[in-house]
Design a protein around this ligand. Sequence first.
Ligand SMILES: Nc1ncnc2c1ncn2[C@@H]1O[C@H](COP(=O)(O)OP(=O)(O)O)[C@@H](O)[C@H]1O
Ligand SMILES: [Mg+2]
Length: 274
Amino acid sequence: MCAVQKIAEGELSRRVETKGQDAIQKLARSINIMANRIEKIVLSTQALSTNISHEIRTPLTQIKIALGILQKQLYNYDNPDVTDKIDSIDEDIQKIDMLVGRILEYAKQDLIEFTEIKTAVCLKEIILTVFNGLSIEINHKGLKIDTQWETLNTSVWANPNSMHLAFSNLISNAIKFSPNGGSVELSFLDNNKHQTIIRITNTCRPLAYDKFEKIFLPFYRGTKNGTEGTGLGLAIVQKIIKNHEGTITAQEWKNNDRILFEIVLPSISSGLIK
Ligand SMILES: Nc1ncnc2c1ncn2[C@@H]1O[C@H](COP(=O)(O)OP(=O)(O)O)[C@@H](O)[C@H]1O
Ligand SMILES: [Mg+2]
């Protein structure tokens, strides 16, 4: 069943061998049906129907049910080897569920490009909420957080949910990839009243120079470092920022012991956005 793990890691063309015991065969078939659907949706240029979630999550629910039945059946046989394997499939299914959620978020960004409702959004409020929500991880790793607001106006013309998603991806990455005792710095600048610039930097393992563009590609994961992830976070962020007529770049910072993300958005007063 290591194919399930591969699917969970984003190798969507992998399939599970469908032989063996009846219940296992049924499970393997359902997994393959689900993988077919995920792959089709990802490859399809029009991956965007409201049915997507239903289409993928239905077989996923069936898999969970089949797994539950199997778990019960095997419980009586007292075979720790097999139950361990079932538990690990269960974990992989959770990962696939998470992956499906991320793929949907990613695909949704294309759909909402022209339709999402934008209002004046206070980014400072969003950013502080995100940091607050991550305070357990921050304390656990002993990270130092430094925020600087060099402007009174921290609002932009945006969709609040999308901005929350973007900054929660960026800030949770900064926390995830910082070593224990490291630091995260965020500064907010207002450039000529036309652009709002947000800089986020964190301590991290040095990144090769050719990686700074690659990290925005869907499914690209550089420093796995025992961390959980799908490699879709920054791809989602980039789409959100682009949908708001902005840009995001990554570069090395301070002799490559930090990474710097710079987000440039049109200022609310710039008149660039209707
Ligand atoms: N703040 C950061 N510090 C160091 N490396 C980062 C940071 N954010 C992203 N990366 C690198 O970019 C890759 C892609 O990030 P992302 O798309 O969010 O995927 P994920 O978090 O699922 O690994 C990460 O695997 C990591 O190598
Ligand atoms: Mg991430």
